[in-house]
Design a protein around this ligand. Structure first.
Ligand code: ZN
Length: 347
């Protein structure tokens, strides 16, 4: 869990994923046969097939795990030295009140507080209390004089939310479980398979997913895999106020096999394959139909001449907040299922 903690606590907004990439490179030293970074910033790591099945060249499997997190870029600095921000990725602004943030400047990281303009509840009118602010209403207070801020901060510096990762029993809570859990799952699965896979496995730490599945497109074109597996988080709405029929997934019930979302429909044969394997190995799993949202699979499926894809999802409560929460059992189930499939096992 220590690796996951470091993954989730490292800042990496879309377009500025370099620190997460470096962390992964360091952590996986010696695991892969080849590593490289594409022009967009995606880290591609190849682990060659450890064994042969017949004389044909090994099939290429791409495992896409986006490493960007929703965040902001500095848009302007106002007369009092406070920052205005532009979001990169989808926030519900009701979750953004009074948040600690990190502004990553050229020279160092600055801690600040993000809050919307307006009054504290004690002095706000009934009308004011009802208003939901827009992103453009939020500012970052760095508690520094304007001159100092102007010296340190540039328009375009990335801003991320601050939150430590904590374990509560079998639950793990923190920021950007979406989608650092995917890299944790994929790397652990690849370690587990060892030299036992008949496939050339390409693990890709993709970039700019949260702004429209951008990094996955170039990688799919570059690697041209036979099969694409995206690993990502999905909604787990197993909380009060949401009808059971709309819960999508539930925490602790296993890895979710995505049937569809609004960006892709998983290849039916591949879905059946994963389902049968999970059943055979008694790996907890659930099926997922997500009305709105997408993963890298949406881009990978259609790049070039296309290919079979599927998404393995990690159920996540309170998604796109700093309290994203996952269940240890679901993480382990995802590792076990992915590792078994990569080892060539079938149901
Ligand atoms: Zn995601």
């Amino acid at each position: 869990m220590d690796f996951l903690k470091r993954l989730t606590e490292t800042p990496g907004v879309p377009g500025r994923e370099e620190r997460v990439r470096e962390l992964i490179l360091k952590e996986t030293e010696g695991l892969f046969d080849e590593t490289r970074v594409d022009p967009m910033g995606t880290l591609i790591c190849l682990k060659r097939a450890g064994r042969r099945e017949g004389n044909a060249a090994p099939l290429k499997v791409l495992i896409a795990c986006h490493i960007d997190e929703i965040g902001f870029y500095v848009r302007s600095i106002d007369d009092a030295g406070r920052l205005r921000v532009q979001n990169v990725g989808g926030f519900d602004t009701r979750n953004l009140f009074a948040r600690r943030v990190l502004v990553s400047t050229r020279s160092r990281d600055l801690l600040g507080v993000l809050n919307p303009t307006g009054k504290p509840i004690h002095i706000a009118s009934d009308e004011e209390k009802k208003q939901v602010p827009k992103i453009s209403d939020f500012f970052v207070d760095l508690f520094l004089p304007k001159e100092e801020v102007e010296k340190l901060v540039r328009v375009g510096d990335p801003v991320t939310l601050v939150q430590t990762m904590e374990t509560i029993g079998d639950y793990v809570t923190g920021k950007c479980m979406d989608n650092r859990v995917a890299s944790w799952v994929a790397i652990n699965a690849i370690r587990k398979v060892g030299a036992n896979s008949p496939y050339d496995i390409y693990y890709a730490a993709t970039v700019q997913e949260e702004v429209g599945l951008r990094g996955a497109g170039t990688i799919a074109y570059d690697v041209n895999p036979d099969v694409g597996v995206a690993v990502d988080t999905t909604l787990s709405c197993d909380t009060p106020g949401i009808d059971k029929t709309e819960s999508i997934t539930a925490l602790g019930k296993g890895v979710a096999l995505k049937v569809m979302d609004s960006a892709s429909i998983s290849h039916r044969g591949l879905l059946d394959e994963f389902m049968a394997l999970a059943e055979k190995k008694k790996i907890p799993h659930q099926l997922e139909v997500l009305p709105l949202g997408g993963t890298d699979a949406g881009t990978i499926q259609r790049a070039g001449a296309g290919r079979r894809t599927i998404t393995l999802s990690i159920p996540t409560r309170y998604i796109h907040t700093v309290c994203e929460t996952v269940h240890r059992k679901d993480l382990d189930a995802a590792v076990d299922l992915l590792a078994a499939w990569l080892a060539g096992e079938r149901g």
